[in-house]
Design a binder for this molecule. Sequence first.
Ligand code: PLP
Length: 394
Amino acid sequence: MSHIETDLIHAGKSFNNTPSVVPPIYQTATYYAPADADDYMAAATEARYPFFYHRHGNPVSSQTAELLAGLEGTEAALLTATGMAAISTAVLSVVKAGDHVVAQQSHYSAASILLKELLPQFGIDVSYFDQHDNASLEGSIRDNTTLIYLETPSNPNLAVTDLAYVGALARRLGITTICDNTFASPINQRPADFGIDIVVHSATKYLGGHSDLTAGVICSTQEAVNKAWKKLLSLGGALAPFDSWLLLRGLRTLSLRVRQINENALALAHWFEKHPLIKRVLYCGLPSHPQFELAKKQMQGFTGMLCVEVAGKDEQEQFARAQTVLNHLKIFANAASLGGVESLAVHPASMWGLHHSPDQKLKAGINDGMLRISVGIEHVEDLIGDFEQALAVV
Ligand SMILES: *Cc1c(COP(=O)(O)O)cnc(C)c1O
């Protein structure tokens, strides 16, 4: 169609058949049924039909989904109540008992729990590969592998998975691929362009962009999205009417926000690299990132997510110093989540210390001195100044 900036404002408009420029919020659980029995049957059974019952579909959800499908370059999309609803619905629409799944060693924490606890409960085996190493993926595939589950860049350690390699290998072997594209956003990366079958997001993050809603989206072919829709009918994670309206509103500025965030994060990452109290900076857009070349190949921008490791004589001191810095930040809020207009920072070792064993922490790439930062759209000089004064306390 047209350019992304234009699509963000106009895509999906055909779903708004009112004279209102901004679509109304359909705050209703149900709709008057068509009088004709055949029409009624069609409304009740058609996938994502927007005027039957809220769990089946909603006009604003249809409008937002069409916009998101266009952004990801897929045929269709389905909105869900949270990012985890998108992930669990997408995964359960692909796998069945007896199947085998291959996943990365590091994933968003609740996705890791789904892979480690929920899938085995239904007789689905999961093996893990090192996403830095393509050969280790091929080695973990079995005859009954039906799904390769990816996330890139991954949470929290910003490891990059080679989408073109995985896409081509999976297509050759007839294995379905799902990629969580939350960290990148479709402005910076489109997994479907590399042969990935299903793209999922926590729309709570960059897509919504204002930390005022939770939502998820599944983008794929009509066939795969309809299959996921059927699972969602049973799993129940439909997105509320007001939240799909808010998501559409947030999406209008996605491209502006993400471009500013990319720029701020790169400047901040360069600044951190020169700071004596920062031992290491992990940012996909820095030549010092171990997978910089791969990131450049598959990403148009490098997102607002970066990790820094506060220096210290041992892990204990690093842990304490990271907490000190976090407690003295005035602009960056210490809050879970990411991808909003406001800058946030968290200390993963405190957040996930209870969920992860030392070995798991190592595998997930979490270090005691690490701070995970989500850069917002504030003025970059103020963001740098905030870290400057907080690091001065250490
Ligand atoms: C936040 C997040 C999720 C989960 O999304 P919710 O909307 O909180 O359910 C999944 N994947 C990634 C990468 C995330 O950052």
